[in-house]
Design a protein around this ligand. Sequence first.
Ligand code: ADP
Ligand code: MG
Length: 346
Amino acid sequence: NISSERRAIRQLDARASNRIAAGEVVERPASAVKELVENALDAGATRIEIAVAEGGKTLIRVTDDGHGIPKDELALALSRHATSKLDGDDLINIRSFGFRGEALPSIGAVARLRIASRTADAEAWEIRVSGGTMEPVAPCTLRSGTVVEVRDLFHATPARLKFLRTDRAEMQAISEVIKRLSLAAPAVSFTLRDVSGGGEGRVTFSAERGDAASRMEAVLGRDFRANALEIEAEREGIRLTGFAALPTYSRGAAVTQFLFVNGRPVRDKVLVGALRAAYADVLSRDRHPAAVLFLTCPPERVDVNVHPAKTEVRFREPGLARGLIVSALKHALAGAGHRASSTVSD
Ligand code: ADP
Ligand code: MG
């Protein structure tokens, strides 16, 4: 009820502001998984295990062997805008996935959250928060690293709960998120397990640590690799590497497009448009090119702080990134004999 009657302005308390932030940061179970796996990667993990029940609605558990959180910082990790990843106020030289300090407090505002962690040379400690209410830190048992458990996501926000899709669809989205992140970190092993109904569960995705090519094969399959052209190009300080599939391998849906900017998975209109343009002459409009592309550029030339989920980026010179992708892919396709009737150019 929006009334015209004026009420005094008041500062929202932490509980309310965390719940509001949660609306942007955790849209569905897959977004919580993304945040937790990114945290594990930021912590230098070499092995990350993800267990999920009922499409992540009842349980998400991410276990890593990273550097852990010290006892006296566990409560801080659950506080909004508290992060170990920003150096002063430098939003340019961001080298980590996280930096906003919003994920854990947001998840804690809309779920039951438990973090158990152990740093080198210390005991293991845990903290729990439910619907925004934090419990005191307590001792626990854990060999090393961090375990973050999210139970009953959105139980505190039934409106959001109603918008979730079937367990199967949510699990699919989670799997997608993990595959995407695993492509960005081939030196880390990943295991995704569906533990619906309890017990050991069933492994639905796993990838051992290796190089970019072997990870690509683990995620996209042998068939993709056999049909992929290796891409390597550079222009004015922007580097492009990755793999682009032959037009004959194209799909009816854009499910095999994995784009990364400075190691961060992105969904960027400029880049997707460039990919499409590169194949325009050799692919009919209803087909989607398949590619895994990594763009690397100096951090000051791309802004990653555009959206809370950080999947959008803004290039200082979008035309440059686009031109590089279009010309490099066209060149590779032409080399493989897929030259369209028109001449290949930028
Ligand atoms: P951000 O990642 O933006 O810093 P988060 O809310 O995701 O914010 O996490 C808050 C802090 O908790 C991080 O800055 C990090 O210091 C710590 N943290 C979270 N997850 C882990 C983890 N798996 N291992 C080690 N430290 C972690
Ligand atoms: Mg984070």
